[in-house]
Ligand binder design. Structure first.
Ligand code: UDP
Length: 487
């Protein structure tokens, strides 16, 4: 494609593993369709981003990495923090986002210099709508989320159904339950599961308001989901709520090579060949993968219950234990645990090659914190889930998994808990054992769930292939940008 006819897209995520990872996938998606993709990142994240696209560049895709300074120290953060995942206290959050806001000026300089044809910026970068407008460049919001969540969130924002009920109960069975108005299904939620009810600071409330506004004012919204997964909600969001949105996922399916699957975000803490060999030695659908994502914290008491539950379930498992700092002590493992589960339990400390694990036929279940990237990766791989949400959109995703697509069973506590997980209610080991044994066992219901998971996974794969719904939607979007820019 001659340079003056090639569309150029800027991709700008907030610096967090789980936001950078899908944005790299989106960059690849556009480049695979002949566009020039430029990923904007900060100095300390640049190496991982460059590594993630190394193979694509070698194979001729036009993907570039552009570095922008990150004013963390100026915003009050300790030296060396450029990623949300390194944040250790809730107080650091607003500072991190202040730093992301301060990037607006250098970002506008880049826009002026490079004049991309359109920009895809993560939902938290609300100012990007205003910046791009200065140059007449369309801005798309990228949501690492599904239509169900986007629709439910809008419903709550517009109708505030929780205001008419008592909010002092956190018990699921109490009067704090309400129905989310106007959705295609009758979905019940409890006030304890909504972030703004348990957040002490106005920061998040304010942030959510800005996100909603910038969604309305942007050119459109890119959604990492596929039509067949949630047709009623895709229609609801686009037609009833009237949002200009494109479904382009599951974008992780573009990682075809084992090496790309093994290296997403960060280098994995374990040799991927070892993990694959370990999985090869297991029966199909016999291993439970346990991971709570890249941000969530689970307190030591809960981890101990989890260890005991996994042990007594008798099931094979891979458990990712996340470390924040290198010297974090592990106080939660029962004495002799690793020795007793040797051969059937594999613990990965820090970063796991998640896609590679989920795609292995030995994996038959995923105990997940319900971060949307993880959930969609599980859906794509046809692996049913045990849900353990903690904050943000994760409770909506739990409802989506267990009530809408019925591809999982709930286990985690029913209250929102963010970074500080000390006061959250404890899930006891016998309950963990019961749920794990149920999902991994050969009862009729579990078998049905596995079957449905495989069917949904087939639909996911078809949607991104030529002729599939996500493929076609992306074609429409690119065509629209060609017309818009006259290229
Ligand atoms: N991930 C990974 N290895 C890990 C933990 C996470 O590869 O040990 C990836 C995972 O595959 C997903 C992303 O990081 O793509 C996590 O995003 P998600 O939305 O699931 O959760 P978050 O980290 O935002 O809570």
């Amino acid at each position: 494609i001659p340079d003056n006819h090639q569309l150029h897209v800027f991709l700008f995520p907030v610096m967090a593993q789980s936001l950078i990872i899908p944005m790299v996938d989106v960059a690849r998606l556009f480049a695979a369709r002949g566009l020039k993709s430029t990923i904007i990142t900060t100095p300390l994240n640049a190496m991982n981003v460059s590594k993630s696209v190394e193979r694509d560049r070698l194979s001729g895709l036009n993907i570039n990495v552009q570095i922008i300074p990150f004013p963390g120290v100026e915003a009050g953060l300790p030296e060396g923090i450029e990623c949300l995942n390194e944040i250790t206290s809730p107080e650091m959050m607003p500072k991190f986002f202040r730093a992301m806001d301060m990037v607006q000026e250098p970002f506008e300089k880049l826009l002026e210099e490079h004049r991309p044809d359109f920009v895809v910026a993560g939902m938290f970068l609300t100012w990007a709508t205003e910046s791009t407008a200065k140059f007449g460049i369309p801005r798309f919001v990228f949501h690492a989320a599904n239509f169900f969540y986007l629709s439910a969130k809008e419903s709550l924002r517009l109708h505030k159904p929780y205001e008419t009920i008592r909010t002092d109960h956190t018990d699921e069975n109490s009067s704090s339950l309400f129905v989310i108005p106007g959705l295609p299904d009758k979905i019940k939620m409890s006030t304890a599961q909504i972030p703004s009810h348990s957040e002490s600071s106005n920061f998040f409330v304010e942030m959510k308001k800005k996100i909603s506004e910038s969604e309305v004012n942007s050119y459109g919204i890119l959604v990492n989901s596929f039509y067949e997964l949630e047709p009623a909600y895709a229609e609801h969001y686009k037609i009833v709520l009237g949002r200009k949105a494109w479904h382009i996922g599951p974008i992780s399916l573009l990682n075809e090579h084992a090496a790309d699957k093994a290296q997403r975000g960060k280098k994995s803490a374990i040799d991927e060949h070892y993990v694959l060999k370990w999985l090869d030695s297991k029966e199909p659908n016999s291993v439970l993968y346990v991971s709570f994502g890249s941000v969530s914290r689970v307190n030591d008491n809960q981890l101990l219950e989890l260890a005991m539950g996994l042990e007594s379930s008798g099931c094979s498992f891979i458990w990712v234990v996340r470390k924040i700092k290198k010297d974090d002590e592990e106080r939660f493992l029962p004495t002799g645990f690793e020795e007793r589960v040797k051969g059937r339990g594999l613990i990965i400390r820090d970063w796991a090659p998640q896609l590679l694990i989920l795609d292995h036929q030995a994996v038959g279940g995923f105990m997940t914190h319900c971060g949307w990237n993880s959930v969609l990766e599980s859906i794509s791989a046809g692996v049913p889930m045990i849900t353990w949400p903690m904050f943000a959109d994760q409770f909506y995703n739990e409802i989506f998994i267990t009530q809408v697509i019925k591809m999982g069973t709930p286990l985690g506590p029913k209250e929102h808990n963010w970074l500080d997980s000390k006061n959250v209610s404890l899930v006891k080991n016998d309950k963990i054992e019961m749920v794990v044994s149920w999902l991994m066992g050969d009862g009729e219901e579990a078998k049905d769930m596995r079957k449905r998971a495989k069917e949904i996974s087939e639909m996911a794969k078809k949607s991104v292939e030529e002729g599939g719904s996500s493929y076609a939607n992306l074609t429409n979007l690119i065509e629209e940008m060609r017309i818009y820019t006259n290229k």
